[in-house]
Design a protein around this ligand. Structure first.
Ligand code: SGN
Ligand code: CA
Length: 492
């Protein structure tokens, strides 16, 4: 079978309608779900880009493949699934985001973005040579993918990785999608104004009233709030006014870099959309309360984010149509996923990194080759360490012993009560612009135990069944002492 592995950047499961249709309909992505398997408990091992991509390639946790954070370069000498597929006779290619700094290994062909790449008129490195590709990056990545498929050697199986830039910060929509969510309702999440007080330890002594003791709260020390200047009015929300009255920390970066990349035609469409929004902002901002301002920023953010997803969904549809038209669809495994989840205003945030649900989860849909009977929904705990073993087993290649994940093939065919009962997680990038502390933890189907360490010493425990939004830290409560000991032992 062929493999088409599509991975977007920072696409939350909350904005993929096979999972959640409060914000957006994604009919093309839903088709993969409809004809295949939806993994409803899909997670990453370290919720950040380069580590997630290294885990995809190696089937290993960060401490085993060496890619702890976004800063270091991936050691491309180690064993990866593209190398193994190549060795087994597959044509291999990667188009789009790479973000691992070192030169890609294991590919017959690659056209990769440099670092984060750009939404408009982005540069690509094609097998070593750098050139600019005019247009919107999601269209361009799809075009390049289709072109590679057209030029491949027929009759030989292929594995193509399509790694989109969308829907990464700063969420720049295509000109065709600019107004798409202007009138959308966009419900404000219940936890948008979370003050994190439920994360304090609850201390109880015999005969005393339970009380929350003051302590440092990792969630309260981050820099990823929509309401504050963490989310920049000009850079993130595109409020670049001609008069220069909206002065923010990243105004120049937006003006001289992101916005400056647009050509005259793109700028005309861009300005026609944002200028009225800027005027409205200037008229109303002063009179608004803190709360109203926060909600206004949230909706402005969501409109752009969702517009990038709209174009992403259309382009996935275009690629699927191509596979169908060429008679390739039936014998191809199509995977759709993201390098991690993202906050859509839950806890007042954007960004990711935390072991908390919205960022530890990631969408995962798989349409298997025709003739394989698969379940429609898999609810066992799966993680990105499992992706490489799955692709290898499907291709008939032996999974190396060093890979820590497990092939999902048996699981998609049959329920498995012997499947793993817990996931390990570890995030290492601190300090960093968003200031999420280093932490590791364990997630079972019901509980999550977390240890924040380094410049802080904090444990958290959540009962996901009673408290799915992880608002109420149970660590230290006497009635959870036994449970905590068991979870700690399992984690150790
Ligand atoms: C950039 C973003 C951050 C984001 C990281 C990591 N800032 O630094 O907001 O957390 O990427 O994202 S930006 O100003 O450049 O947009 S990741 O997906 O690559 O891990
Ligand atoms: Ca990412």
């Amino acid at each position: 079978p062929n493999i088409v592995f599509i991975m977007s950047d920072d696409h939350s499961y909350q904005t993929l309608s096979a999972y959640d249709d409060r914000f957006i309909e994604t009919p093309h992505l839903d088709r993969i779900a409809g004809e295949g398997v939806t993994f409803v408990n899909s997670f990453v091992a370290n919720s950040i880009c380069a580590p997630s991509r290294a885990t995809l390639l190696t089937g290993k946790h960060s401490h085993m493949n060496g890619q702890l954070d976004n800063r270091r370069a991936f050691d491309g000498r180690q064993q990866t699934f593209p190398k193994l597929l190549q060795g087994a006779g597959y044509q291999t290619a990667l188009v789009g985001k790479w973000h691992l700094r070192s030169t890609p290994t294991g590919y017959d062909h690659y056209e990769r973005l440099i670092g984060q790449g750009d939404y408009y008129n982005s540069d690509f490195i094609t097998n070593g040579d750098t050139a600019r590709s005019h247009g919107y990056v999601t269209d361009v990545i799809t075009d390049k993918s289709i072109r590679w498929l057209e030029n491949r050697t027929p009759g030989q199986p292929f594995a193509l990785q399509v790694h989109h830039k969308a829907s990464h910060r700063i969420w720049m929509p295509d000109t065709s999608a600019l107004g798409a969510f202007q009138d959308a309702g966009l419900p404000v999440p219940d936890t948008f104004f979370d003050d994190f007080t439920g994360k304090r330890y609850l201390k109880t002594e015999m005969g005393e009233q339970p009380q929350r003791i003051p302590m440092r709260i990792p969630a309260a020390e981050t820099r990823m709030s929509i309401a504050t200047e963490d989310m920049d009015l000009v850079y993130d929300l595109k409020l670049l006014d001609e008069e220069g009255e909206i002065q923010t920390k990243y105004r120049e970066m937006y003006a001289n870099d992101r916005y400056a990349r647009l050509d005259e035609q793109q700028k005309a469409a861009w300005d026609a959309h944002y200028d009225p929004i800027i005027r409205e902002f200037k008229q109303n901002w002063e009179a608004m309360s803190e709360r109203e301002r926060a909600i206004w920023k949230y909706r402005r953010y969501m409109r752009d984010y969702l517009a990038t997803i709209r174009t992403l969904d259309e382009n996935v549809g275009r690629l699927l149509e191509y596979l169908k038209a060429e008679g390739l669809y039936e014998n191809t495994l199509v995977v759709y996923t993201s390098d991690q989840g993202f906050y859509m205003g839950e806890h007042g945030w954007f960004d990711k990194r935390f072991i908390y649900e919205q960022s530890m989860r990631t969408p995962l849909l798989m349409k298997f080759p025709e003739g394989m009977a698969t379940r429609e929904e898999v609810d066992e705990l799966v993680q990105n360490i499992d992706w490489a073993p799955t692709l290898l087993e499907l291709a008939g290649v032996e999974v190396p012993a060093g890979m820590q994940g497990q092939s999902l093939l048996p699981l998609v065919q049959n329920e498995d009560d012997q499947w793993r009962d817990a996931l390990y997680y570890h995030y290492y990038e601190f300090p960093n612009e968003h200031m999420v502390k280093k932490h590791y933890g364990l997630r079972t189907d019901r509980y999550k135990l977390i240890h924040f360490y380094d410049d802080i010493e904090v444990w958290e425990l959540y009962d996901l069944q009673e408290d799915p939004m992880e608002l109420n830290n149970l660590y230290g409560q006497p009635e959870y002492a036994q449970r905590t000991r068991e979870l700690k032992e399992r984690l150790r």
